[in-house]
Design a protein around this ligand. Sequence first.
Ligand SMILES: [Zn+2]
Length: 43
Amino acid sequence: MKKLFVLTMLLLVAVFSVSAAHGGRTDKNGCHVDRSTGKRHCH
Ligand SMILES: [Zn+2]
């Protein structure tokens, strides 16, 4: 069970750093336009 907790934390950190990386706002669906590629995607 401890392993699952660590994995969950790692996943949260990974998701957070990805969204922080583009610095864009996400809408209610968690989607936004990536300014570097000009493409819309969801997290
Ligand atoms: Zn993004």
